[in-house]
Write a protein that binds this ligand. Structure first.
Ligand code: GLU
Length: 553
């Protein structure tokens, strides 16, 4: 028996490598265009790090006029969950991540390089494995789990590197006839690479993010086809990314140490290797140390968390770009209203070590993103969120749509829009006091600041309703009247007057207007009070102020 016959015995019914090379022709790309892929296993869980990966991949391909595709890596069939691919695609779509090619749901795909799901490509991997066997670069291995355990024990006892390599690779030199005999006898086997590498030699790799890195060559005879006939991740990576024309692999840096093996596989298979960019994981402060954001411990590790909280995907994407390129923030300051698509993202400016996740920062970004929305958009997005997560809020928003739009429109669309909403789950708190039915029905615990004498408080509010309040006042008149009110009650009409001679006044106009604000809304902090009064209307303002006078204690 020769190697060709051995290959034929193992894979009798597969097509030739040439067949697939012709079936998937080289892509016609313009100079500098990147073809990248997102290649998750179908667990149905989208980690924020995975989202970062896709946001970057999308950006890089868009910027270079390339192709971004989705490949499902399901060769580990135990992990498959029905519907998981569709769920993953939908979550990504929520964040604006869409693919040019690849799976479109659990079973269908678009694009000329499919199937884009590894379990459907079994014969393709086998064709390449067959060709490697023919060329004496792969072989069947009959070692059982016990054999492998024994090898490991011996290696450990002798304080040697563990693994299936060199003299330890028992089946490497088995002899063709012996192989044939065992196969024909039905002894189970897998296919291993016959590694041409040597541990005492180094390879140089230039990573787009990590820069130059050296590694010892791979000398392990790794498994390429498992006993179920499916490939291992490593082998499928090489075959797929070759046939699918990937020229830039962007992935988590847990794969960096596999580089010697991956480059070796590309070389042995006669493929041109892609460029690699290995992204550091997103980190979190924990007990004085740093650790990776964890699926198990941190709810914010899941992309679904942001949807549940009602943080707009746009804000999350923007935050991720912030993590990815430190010059993003500066760009944003100079281009306040530009779409993030206009930002010139640079893969090689990504940090070598992992960025710290900062929720406060994300929420700040989100506040700014939402502050740019008009009332209608805030309304629509809040309803969409409330529909799923807060039915009562939905009712409140829909009860009087016109009125709600006015409430949401307070301090919006101007130079310095309100920034009190970071997520849709904040909306209720920020608008509920504007509805008489809610507000007047509630027993309010007023919290006072500087002025807290009950009689004084009542008197300020009383004087305001009786003498100064007029719903038709424009903002300036309204404000002047607030000053008059302050003066009449013995407070400084300007803050600076108070600062110059504090002993002369009880406090200043700001403290007086805070009293009115509290009486009106129950809050010390609200958007512009004049606008609030305009939206509430005369009757509601009077009712609120009167109630305060009667009820405050
Ligand atoms: N399926 C691998 C994973 O789950 C993909 C790694 C890669 O992008 O090459 O991480």
């Amino acid at each position: 028996m020769n190697h060709k016959e051995l290959a034929e015995l193992i894979f009798p019914n597969v097509k030739s490598v040439e067949y697939y090379e012709n079936m998937y022709p080289k892509r016609n790309l313009k100079e500098g265009a990147y073809v990248t892929r997102y290649a998750p296993s179908p667990t149905g869980y989208l980690h924020i790090g995975g989202l970062l990966n896709t946001v970057i991949e999308r950006k890089v391909t868009k910027q270079t006029g390339g192709v971004f595709f989705l490949r499902i890596e399901d060769t580990d069939q135990k992990r498959e969950i029905e519907g998981a691919t569709t769920a993953m695609i939908n979550s990504l779509k929520d964040f604006g991540v869409e693919f040019d090619e690849g799976m479109t749901d659990d079973n269908n795909w678009k694009g000329e390089y499919g199937p884009y799901k590894q379990s459907l490509r079994k014969e393709i991997y086998q064709a390449y494995a067959k060709s490697l066997i023919e060329q004496k670069m792969a072989y069947p291995c009959f070692c059982t789990a016990d054999d492998l355990a024994e090898i490991r024990e011996k290696q450990e006892a002798a304080k040697l590197r563990t693994g299936y390599y060199g003299v330890w690779a028992k089946c490497r030199d088995l002899g063709l006839d012996e192989m044939e005999k065992r196969i024909k006898a039905g002894v189970p086997y897998i296919i291993r690479l016959k590694s041409p590498g040597r541990e005492d030699r180094k390879i140089k790799h230039h990573d787009v993010i990590k820069g130059n890195v050296d590694f010892p060559e791979n000398d392990q005879d790794v498994v390429i086809i498992k006993s179920d006939g499916l490939p291992t991740y490593h082998f499928a990576h090489a075959v797929d990314d070759h046939l699918m024309g990937t020229n830039l692999v962007i992935r988590g840096d847990e794969w960096l140490s596999s580089i010697p093996l991956h480059l070796q596989l590309f070389q042995v298979l006669g493929f041109k290797a892609p460029k690699y960019a290995h992204i550091a994981p997103i980190m979190k402060n924990d007990n004085g140390g740093k650790r990776k954001l964890s699926k198990r411990k941190d709810p914010e590790a899941a992309a679904s968390y942001y949807k549940e909280e009602g943080i707009p995907p746009e804000a999350v994407d923007e935050y991720l770009l912030n993590i990815a390129n430190s010059n993003f923030e500066q760009w944003r300051r100079a281009n306040k209203f530009a779409s993030i698509d206009e930002f010139d993202f640079q893969l090689n400016k990504m940090g070598v070590s992992g960025a710290l996740f900062d929720m406060v920062k994300l929420l700040d970004i989100s506040k700014i993103v939402i502050s740019k929305y008009d009332a209608q958009k805030v309304y629509d997005e809040s309803i969409k969120w409330a529909e799923e997560f807060d039915k009562d809020l939905k009712k409140l928003l829909e009860k009087d749509k016109e009125y709600t739009l006015k409430v949401l429109g307070i301090e919006r669309g101007n130079e310095k829009p309100r920034k009190d909403i970071a997520k849709w789950s904040d909306v209720r708190y920020n608008i509920e006091y504007m509805y008489d039915e809610e507000f007047l029905a509630k027993d309010i615990e007023y919290e006072f600041q500087k002025i807290n004498d009950i009689d004084e408080l009542k008197q300020i509010v009383k004087l305001y309703v009786e003498k100064y309040f007029d719903i038709d006042d424009d903002k300036q008149t309204w404000f002047d009247k607030m000053k008059d009110l302050a003066e009449e009650m013995g407070y400084a009409r300007e803050v600076k007057l108070f600062k110059a001679e504090p002993e002369k006044y009880k406090a200043h106009v700001g403290d007086v207007s805070t009293v009115i604000r509290i009486a009106l809304t129950g809050r010390t902090n609200t958007p512009d009070m004049h606008e609030i009064m305009q939206v509430l209307g005369k009757e509601s303002v009077e009712k609120r102020l009167q109630r305060f006078i009667q009820k405050v204690k």
